[in-house]
Design a protein around this ligand. Sequence first.
Ligand SMILES: [Zn+2]
Length: 298
Amino acid sequence: MQDHDALINLIPEYAAGVLDAGQRRRVEEHLAGCAGCREELSFWMDTAAAVGAEDTALPAPPFPDRLVLSKTGSPGALILSVLRHAWLILSSQIFMVQKDIWPASATVLMVGYFFALASGEAGALRFLAPLVAAACITVIYAPDFDPVMELSLSTSTSPWQILLARLVLVFVYNLALGLAASLALLPFMPQLILSELIIGWLCPMAFLTALALLLSLPLGSYNAIGITYALWISQYLIKGSASGSVLLPAPFSQIASFLQVYQAFWNNTLFLSLFSLVFVLAALYLSLIKRERFLHPA
Ligand SMILES: [Zn+2]
């Protein structure tokens, strides 16, 4: 039984063929007597086959230089080929993302929705939506959470495409949840302005998600969650002092003005959007470095 708990975690790597000989023998001996693990293995073999099939179905990544060189490519065919490529990667990544995040973020946002309803203001939604999205994003490409990292890294699909596909899937999902919750608040709170409500959580969500993704690549999921949560929550903790409702002694007045700037940052849609873009680009670049290190360890 103990063996089962230890070995079932090795099965993705067994399916990817990256275990050493000793571990492989242990897994094989255990597989012979454990139906549960054989089932797990067949799931990962299917996954590996799907990844491999997707990989071979994509003869050439549609990079601009290839597109220019391609002789047969009419603009329409070109766009179709890019779309097909993007769709194949997206659909293959749906099953690669941690399954738990789908129900987990729906549950948390539901709590935020009912809390907003009960309190009569949308603050809970603005507070929770960025936190949920950031937490989801830290597990999509961090080694401590991705059992198929080896599978992904050993295919020829570029890691930045895999990372971007997962980012899009998870972000769009959380975006849809946030939109649904916002729309569902309207009938009960007619004083709300929908566009203000949405921008209120959307921009911080994009920023926090992008930052969490970038941090999770070198630091792992837990550190990325810790840092982004501290940044986000601290603006609420200091709200009292910055608004002057808590009286600060003279030496702290400079801190108070810093806090005001800090809070203003979280409401600046332009800055938040620009930083999000920079963080995502940096994360994509880091994913390339990560694959280099995986393929050619020092
Ligand atoms: Zn077992």
